[in-house]
Structures are given as structure tokens and as C-alpha cells.
Design a protein around this ligand. Structure first.
Ligand code: ZN
Length: 242
């Protein structure tokens, strides 16, 4: 194994222990997302794959200080269950698993942890309990949907279907997500199926747009992590009841 491997699951216990004890591993990314229908033209893994993609690129950019700890692929997707094949976790189950994964990484020694989200349905449930997670885990813990690093100006620069935040970015299997997939894992896009859909917006997607978006996202999430590592971005544990 290269001694700067970015995936937790590729380490032996000894390799991980030695890097942690040496102080080399300074931050951990836990990607979360969903496996759910993405219209007729995209593979169901999109949210999971895109969150992992960003996490790995960021960890590679900040090598050897950042590690990616995957632990969950499915998310909260009840609103997609009319399309069979979608996987969904009930909110309580999902949040318990997320908290257990965070807790495992805290016990491993990480003081800086980002839960990097790739699925819109996870946002409100996570934000609703985040103050509880902060009190429970007592580390510099952040919840970051990766598209939150984009601005309305990025939409104006790179999209043809509009730039209204937050609904166009990321959208669901629309111009942004389809462009991301065309750039990073094009085998997941069935371009021949675009014409069979009522919604033709995804056909505005191009790999070039996806590459530009991914570059901006990876740069900004990397800065976010680096600021955490440098002590410039610290989440305060919220106050307790008096
Ligand atoms: Zn999606």
C-alpha cells in the first residue's frame, strides 16, 4: 500500500494505526448520499458515486492529511419510492448510522470530521439533529452538502437551464448532475434515453460543464478542509440547557 492511501478501507489496522499515531491523518471525510432513481437516463448510484468522487479528489489534493471513511450508501429517499428499485432508510435508522460512523472516527482519533453529503433528502434530517451530534461527539464536526460550495454565479457561468439557487443546483438528474456524471463516470448516463423523457432539461448536460463544476467543488471543499485542519474553521459546541 502506498503510505498516502486516501481510503480508510484499504488500510490494514497497523497501517492506519501508524499513520494516526504519527499525526499524519488530520481530517476525515465521511461521504453520505443515496441509491435512488435518477429519471430514465441515469444510474441509481449517482448521489453516492458523486459524493465519493468529490471526497476522494479532495483527499488526494490534501494528501497525506485527509482520509475518506465510507460506511453507508443508501440515504433518506422515501420521496422516490414510487420508482421501484430505489433504496431508502427511515430517518431514524439513517441518522443512527451516520452518528455511529462519526463516533467510530472520533474513537479512531480524528478531531476534524466532515460529513460530505450528496443527496438532497438527507439535508433537513441531518441539519435538524446536528446540534445534538456536536454535543455528543465533541469534535470539529461539519455537515456539508458538496453543492453548497457553489454560488449563483457558478450557475450563471456554467449552466443553460437557469441558475436559481438552491433548486437548480443540484437539481435531480438535471443539467448539473448529468454533467457531473458525463465528466466523471459517463457509463452511468444513457444518452439514448433522453428523448424518451418528458423532461428534456438533462440533454443540456455536457462533460465539459461537469468538469468545470467538479474542479470548482473540489477546490472549495479542499479549502474548507484545510481551514478546519489549520484551526480557522471550527464549529462551536452549542450551549447546554442552564
Ligand atoms: Zn441525485
Amino acid at each position: 500500500m502506498a503510505n498516502d492511501e486516501v481510503l480508510l478501507r484499504k488500510h490494514t489496522r497497523r497501517e492506519f494505526r501508524e499513520r494516526m499515531q504519527a499525526g499524519e491523518l488530520k481530517a476525515c471525510i465521511i461521504p453520505i448520499a443515496a441509491i435512488e432513481q435518477h429519471l430514465e437516463h441515469m444510474a441509481m448510484e449517482h448521489d453516492w458515486r458523486s459524493a465519493r468522487h468529490v471526497a476522494e479528489k479532495v483527499a488526494e489534493k490534501l494528501r497525506p492529511n485527509v482520509l475518506v471513511a465510507e460506511g453507508i450508501m443508501a440515504g433518506i429517499s422515501e420521496h422516490h419510492m414510487t420508482h421501484i428499485g430505489t433504496l431508502t432508510l427511515s430517518p431514524g435508522t439513517f441518522l443512527n448510522v451516520v452518528s455511529d460512523l462519526i463516533g467510530s472516527m472520533v474513537r479512531a482519533g480524528f478531531q476534524n470530521i466532515v460529513v460530505l453529503n450528496g443527496h438532497g433528502g438527507n439535508v433537513v434530517p441531518c441539519e435538524a439533529v446536528w446540534d445534538q451530534f456536536l454535543r455528543l461527539h465533541q469534535v470539529n464536526l461539519h455537515f456539508l452538502p458538496y453543492w453548497n460550495t457553489l454560488t449563483e454565479q457558478d450557475g450563471k457561468d456554467l449552466m443553460d437551464s437557469g441558475h436559481k439557487m438552491p433548486y437548480i443546483l443540484p437539481g435531480h438528474a438535471q443539467e448539473f448532475e448529468t454533467s457531473f456524471a458525463l465528466a466523471a463516470f459517463p457509463e452511468n448516463v444513457r444518452t439514448e434515453m433522453w428523448q424518451d423523457q418528458v423532461d428534456q432539461t438533462p440533454s443540456l448536460a455536457t462533460a465539459a460543464k461537469g468538469e468545470a463544476f467538479i474542479e470548482r467543488i473540489v477546490d472549495r471543499v479542499s479549502v474548507y478542509l484545510q481551514e478546519m485542519i489549520d484551526g480557522k474553521r471550527v464549529t462551536e459546541v452549542p450551549p447546554y440547557h442552564p
